[in-house]
Design a protein around this ligand. Structure first.
Ligand SMILES: [Zn+2]
Length: 134
């Protein structure tokens, strides 16, 4: 599977999918996929709401959406990142904080929706790279 990078342009804020480094589709600013660290995110398949993208937020910044069974790589500098997922009226999430460091630069996460009595919530959990779809 070709890697899809989800990048946010630091100049204009446009969020876009790219296969490699290249110019921002909106403003032409060069976007670099080769960051020192990255979060790989995989959305596990489900039937409920499968047609709707799950909205991704990193440190309260929108990072677009992820479709059913989609996998994205989000290149990032080292640092701490709070991940949050929303979909429609479902805004509960376990909000994990991910620390990307030289010792731990590549973090794989899976997200799935947990059915609730009143509303559904999102569970993000870290997995080993071997547990990600290849
Ligand atoms: Zn841009």
């Amino acid at each position: 599977m070709a890697n899809i990078y989800r990048m946010k342009c630091p100049a204009c804020g446009e969020v876009q999918n790219m296969k490699a480094s290249g110019p921002c589709k909106k403003c032409g600013n060069q976007l670099i996929a080769e960051q020192p660290a990255a979060i790989a995110l995989y959305r596990m398949g489900n039937f409920m709401g499968s047609a709707n993208g799950f909205g991704i937020y990193i440190n309260e910044q929108p990072y677009g959406a992820i479709g059913n069974r989609e996998q994205l790589i989000i290149p990032l500098p080292y640092g701490e990142y709070k991940m949050h997922i929303v979909c429609g009226m479902n805004r509960k999430c376990n909000d994990p904080v991910i620390r990307l460091s030289p010792e731990d630069p590549y973090v794989c996460m899976k997200v799935h929706m947990k059915m609730g009595f009143v509303s559904n919530s999102f569970i993000l959990e870290r997995v080993a790279p071997s547990e990600m779809p290849q």
